[in-house]
Design a protein around this ligand. Sequence first.
Ligand SMILES: N[C@@H](CCC(=O)N[C@@H](CS)C(=O)NCC(=O)O)C(=O)O
Length: 211
Amino acid sequence: MGRSACTGRDWGVLGTSPRRGELWVRGRREHRSTGLDVAESPLEAPARSPLAASVAGGRVAPTPKMMENKVFMSFTFYSTILILKMYVVAIITGQVRLRKKAFANPEDALRNGGLQYYREDPDVERCRRAHRNDMENIFPFLFLGAIYSLLDPSPTVARIHFFIFCVGRIIHTIAYLLQLRAPMRSVAYSVAQLPCFSMALQILLATTPYW
Ligand SMILES: N[C@@H](CCC(=O)N[C@@H](CS)C(=O)NCC(=O)O)C(=O)O
């Protein structure tokens, strides 16, 4: 084992080096007795390369650059809140199905009293509309917010964008599920759309030179 049949120079995934006491693992030299790396290439020198530091030991850690991006971290926070909010709507939908005995599938109805409960219910449909509206709006936000975060906007302005969207969507869900008086839901929807249009516009402005 040793010389690669393909390249004629690589010691391969695992092999022995010409020198005693050394083991070659994935092209890097490792001292057999200590297990310590003997850094050879730039990628193998953690002190010199942030990338190498992030993958040291075979584990991929968040790169310092990503953690340093305050806007991206803020975006991640608000996105996660909204994803959890969508999970809550799904859980509520399931609970309403059980309470109103209105199941989406015959096997569920059979298990819960009979095929007559394989039916629609206005309250379940309301939950489903709230969830669908979330998908129509939160999914685009996940894209727009991520790209906008890469444009190096002011962290304060960016946080205002994310906060308005997040609060708007939470109010939209509450208004929808609790049947709050109109136009509460529509206003929440419209207010939440404003930061999305703003982000879309800024992304377009930044990417227009590359059309
Ligand atoms: N797909 C939406 C598009 C417009 C929209 O999202 N409107 C908001 C404010 S009126 C809404 O809550 N629509 C109710 C819904 O999507 O179920 C619809 O059919 O209404």
